[in-house]
Design a protein. Structure first.
Lengths: 252, 355
């Protein structure tokens, strides 16, 4: 059974049908791409999946549980984490604290023991520090753990955003244009990192991307969106050679 | 190792803040004991403690949560009247002044916290300027409500009215406790500089520890990016309300101190209205938004300065204004920050002191 099963998902903004009859089925540990021209509704699909928008129609099943119409927090707890097209970090917090915010719901102590520095506080904070540092190591950020997130170079900010999403221990990771604004070198490193994350954490990844090198390099399957509807889906090589996709998106 | 160094840095920073407050208290207290201080200045010590608590607690909302609140004096008003009401009722029942004050403090804090929750639930749906305007309005509402409140007590129990004293319909033995615009008279004068100092330390302890805990991180995450915080499962409403309520409770404590420093407690624009809220906000902004130690220093300087300059009579407000402008430039102008980092960073202590 597929990890993510979406049937007939749709939403309208006023008179505009932004997404209509969207279906997708993603197997466990798959690396799935969502592509399409600007304004096709790709990010809207992400926002529907993560509860930012409530769908008017359709169903979303994650690992067999119905998460349709739930709010962002419930969906994150159910196991979907995401990154954003325009990077959204906690700018004034350190890199380590950014990841620790991601660990927020995995570790608990009361406000009182936090204020009074009771043993519970020390124990849990230590666990959080260790776990966060481990994650930072994976993403090669341990050297900048105490730097404010806003002072990181662009590529590291992208990596930190993924690290923070991974800290919530998701089943499904959504990446919204992870390579946007990167040079070919950085994109290459990013591709390696995405592959590595999938293998190390047995992660299922759905990504939106315009960089065809990245898409054809790492995605096993693709769905192409156009005007809010699925134009085509299937194996990456088949989809990229589909004449419909070539006319609508890739160009001759 | 690197982690250890950082842990030390925040701890060190906190210790410097505590040390500064303790040192200032010891110096002032010994000056007072030696009698080398004017009675005017001595009388300013408890208000100073009140302003510091107000500034630190407002910084929790403005600096840490990142929302502008202009109704902070309203919570102080709630704390002041709730505790003064209690103290006046219990003046003859509870003999021990310290026990009575302690209970009054708890009641003032609890009342302000309850108002913080009640007001926070609707207003925290708003952001930025809208939130500022609504909190301003709520602050004024609280002040005006207190002004039309009449409460009396006789052998039959308590009587309430929002009209006048006659409407209380009390027996001849009845006593008016809250007398509308004339407020509460005859509150025991239990607040001392020492109590104020202890309350400052407690406020600091709570705020600094909260910031460096799991909840504090969540609050700051909301400030930095609400959408991202939500995407990693942070309950926005809960943490906003938490910061707002804790801040209100501390303002309530400041109010208790205020009420027990004066024999007559009335609510007017200068003590519980927007004048006070704006003045506290000035302390927070000048001390550096989010900088707890800065709030304390700004509150001290801006409270003591007008008194220190009394001798200059006509030029007093001129100098006050110039100091405000200079502090603002020193804190925020890019050139000044550059200069500070260049010339004041070699001595760690110096840099901390100007922060």
């Amino acid at each position: 059974m597929a990890l993510l099963e979406v049937k007939n998902l749709g939403i309208s903004f006023g008179g505009l049908r932004a997404v209509n009859g969207f279906d997708i089925s993603i197997e466990k540990e798959a690396l799935y791409g969502l592509i399409g021209p600007n304004g096709a509704g790709k990010t809207t699909v992400f926002n529907l999946l993560t509860g930012v928008y409530k769908p008017d129609s359709g169903k979303v099943l994650l690992d067999g549980t119905d998460i349709t119409g739930k709010n962002t927090i419930e969906i994150n707890k159910a196991g979907i984490a995401r990154t954003f097209q325009n990077i959204r970090l906690f700018k004034q917090l350190s890199v380590l604290d950014n990841v620790k915010v991601g660990l927020h719901n995995k570790h608990h102590y009361s406000t009182l023991s936090g204020v009074l520095r009771l043993p519970g506080y020390r124990k849990v904070e230590k666990e959080m520090d260790e776990q966060a540092m481990e994650l930072l190591k994976v993403f090669n950020l341990e050297d900048v753990a105490h730097v404010a997130a806003s002072n990181l170079p662009y590529g590291q900010q992208r990596r930190l955003e993924i690290a923070r999403a991974m800290a919530t221990e998701p089943k499904l990771l959504l990446l919204d244009e992870p390579a946007a604004g990167m040079n070919p070198n950085e994109t290459g490193e990013l591709m390696d990192m995405i592959r590595f994350v999938r293998e190390k954490f047995h992660m299922t990844i759905l990504l939106i991307e315009h960089d065809m090198k990245l898409v054809s390099g790492i995605c096993e399957k693709l769905t192409v969106l156009n005007f809010g509807e699925v134009l085509c889906e299937g194996k990456t090589s088949d989809v990229l050679n589909d004449p419909q996709v070539v006319t609508a998106y890739l160009g001759e | 190792m690197d982690k250890l160094k950082n842990m030390k840095k925040t701890t060190k920073n906190n210790i410097i803040t505590y040390a500064l407050v303790i040192a200032a208290f010891v110096i002032m207290q010994s000056l007072i004991n030696a009698g080398s201080i004017s009675s005017l200045l001595e009388g300013l010590m408890v208000p100073l403690c009140i302003y510091i608590i107000m500034a630190v607690s407002l910084n929790l909302v403005v600096g840490v949560l990142g929302e502008l609140s202009l109704g902070h004096a309203g919570f102080m008003c709630v704390g002041a009247f709730a505790s003064a009401f209690f103290s006046k009722c219990m003046r003859d029942t509870i003999e021990s002044a310290s026990l009575r004050f302690f209970l009054a403090l708890l009641i003032g804090i609890a009342a302000a916290a309850i108002f913080g929750i009640l007001i926070g639930i609707p207003v925290l749906r708003l952001k930025g300027d809208y939130l500022a305007i609504v909190t301003l309005a709520f602050g004024e509402i609280i002040k005006n409500l207190v002004n039309v409140l009449y409460i009396g007590k006789d052998s039959n129990g308590f009587h309430f009215s929002t009209k006048d004293v006659m409407a209380l319909n009390m027996e001849p033995d009845g006593k008016v406790i809250i007398n509308g615009p004339q407020g509460i008279t005859g509150t025991p004068k239990d607040a001392t500089f020492f109590i104020g100092f202890i309350l400052i330390l407690i406020t600091l302890f709570i705020v600094l520890n909260l910031i460096h805990s799991r909840d504090g991180r969540a609050i700051m995450a909301i400030r930095d990016n609400r959408i991202a915080a939500e995407s990693v499962g942070i309950n926005i409403t809960k943490y906003k309300l938490m910061a707002f309520t804790i801040s209100a409770a501390m303002a309530g404590a400041a109010g208790v101190l205020y009420a027990h420093n004066l024999s007559t407690l009335t609510a007017n624009t200068n003590n519980f209205g927007y004048n006070m809220s704006i003045m506290i906000l000035v302390f927070v902004v000048l001390g550096g938004i989010g900088n707890i130690r800065g709030s304390i220093i700004a509150a001290v300087i801006l409270t003591l300065l007008p008194e220190m300059l009394r001798g200059l009579s006509d030029y007093r407000m001129l100098i006050y204004a110039i100091v405000l402008i200079v502090m603002m430039l020193f804190n925020w102008a890019p050139k000044a920050i550059e200069w500070r980092e260049k010339y004041l960073s070699f001595g760690k202590k110096k840099k901390e002191a100007v922060k």
